[in-house]
Design a protein around this ligand. Structure first.
Ligand SMILES: *Cc1c(COP(=O)(O)O)cnc(C)c1O
Length: 387
């Protein structure tokens, strides 16, 4: 029996998978069962920030596995204290709740916002505005928060209290402010097609939030930890949300999610109001410490921004490319006539791993990708696009 047959016999069919089995990866290259190599422009959906099995990262996670792998949150660990301290220094936030995924980080943010409002204003002020075309996760609550009708199916009843406003339409936001405790946004809608919000719209939202004591939640699960060329995408917009959620790339490919709160929101979730058995797991924190150290090292983020520009310039020179969106190493490619899914499948056959988002090809390469690897991957892409 092949690996794929065994897999499909016993794993639920919730994903569309390519017929490739990966058991090994090194830096920005993975090797399949048959020994064929692939350049990675996807990072496992933006999680492998430092590529496959970065030496320092693997050493830190292994060393942690040999010291203590888990304690539960009834006790303290040094590695979690270090990680929280590093993340707060890198971002300016005051306190963090650790979970294991983006959805879990967002659940925490939503609970925090509702409790903040409950404590101050009582029980009715519980609504949360999210944006049309957003994506916030797959749990029932974060599916409800997700502003795309296709996700609001099968699983009724959904969690109540979400209202969807049009992106870049501040009047639409203003018309939905009844009993609202928070507004939740992605600065660059990732799953929605790598679409950045207008700066003015974001600043207008921030102003509405400040004037009405509404919390601003930034879902930076995809955009955070250096992906955009700054540590947080909010820095491109010149604002600091009350709450920021992180996951995907934060720990270099081990499960980790974090909900970061400013001073005002730091002590809203009190003893017994929230929790997660694996949250802040030492192995994940050990991986996260290496990621944050490397991403905040002098010059690293400038390089991410420069490599993003390099990608954009090369991509725009390709005939089949209509436009390129996103920031830093979060890149959406609108093609003129070819279908993104076809291009992605062909790229894999030719040894290049890509992602798609809606009708775009999406690139989330490892943040430490080299120019040589970018050139090699783009040569494969160019060949496919000119066929
Ligand atoms: C991926 C993603 C999520 C969900 O993260 P999971 O780790 O899959 O739960 C939430 N929000 C955004 C913006 C994402 O890109």
């Amino acid at each position: 029996m092949t690996t794929i047959e065994k897999f499909n016999d016993h794993v639920m069919p919730t994903y569309g998978r390519y017929d490739v089995v990966f058991n090994k990866g090194e830096n920005r290259q993975a090797t399949d069962e048959n020994g064929k190599n692939y350049i990675d422009f996807g990072s496992g959906i933006g999680t492998n920030s430092l590529g496959f099995c970065d030496k320092d990262w693997a050493d830190a996670v292994s060393a942690q596995a040999h010291s203590i792998q888990h304690t539960s949150n009834y006790y303290y660990t040094k590695v979690q204290a270090d990680f929280a301290d590093k993340l707060c220094s890198a971002t300016g936030y005051s306190k963090i709740f650790f979970g294991n995924s983006g959805a879990e980080a967002n659940e925490c943010a939503i609970k925090l916002a509702r409790k903040y409002s409950f404590d101050k204003y009582g029980k009715d002020r519980h609504n949360i505005i999210t944006l049309v075309n957003s994506f916030h996760g797959r749990t029932l609550c974060t599916l409800s928060a997700t502003g795309q009708d296709v996700f609001h199916n099968y699983f009724f009843p959904f969690v109540e209290g979400f209202k969807y406003a049009q992106a870049n339409n501040i009047d639409d936001v203003k018309s939905k402010l009844d009993n609202v405790c928070a507004i939740m946004i992605e600065f660059i809608q990732g799953e929605g097609g790598v679409i950045a919000l207008d700066k003015q719209f974001v600043q207008d939202i921030k102003k509405i939030c400040d004037e009405n004591d509404i919390l601003l939640i930034a879902d930076e699960v995809q955009t955070g930890v250096g992906r955009s060329g700054k540590f947080l995408a909010s820095q491109h917009y010149g604002i600091m949300p009350d709450i920021t959620t992180l996951a995907k790339g934060i720990a270099g490919g081990v499960p980790m999610g974090a909900c970061l709160a400013n001073e005002k929101c730091a002590n809203v979730l009190t003893k017994g109001t929230h929790g997660s058995t694996f949250g802040g797991n030492p192995l994940a924190c050990a991986g996260g410490n290496v990621v944050v150290d490397k991403v905040t090292a002098p010059g690293f983020l400038d390089e991410v921004a420069k490599k993003g520009d390099y990608f954009r310039e090369k991509l725009m020179a390709m005939d089949q490319v209509e436009s390129v969106s996103g920031l830093g190493l979060m890149i959406g490619i609108q093609l003129k006539t070819m279908k993104a899914a076809d291009v992605s499948a062909k790229a894999l056959e030719n040894g290049l791993m890509l992602l798609t988002a809606k009708d775009k090809v999406r690139l989330l390469p490892p943040l430490n990708i080299t120019y040589d690897e970018i050139d090699k991957g783009l040569a494969i892409l160019e060949k496919i696009l000119s066929e």
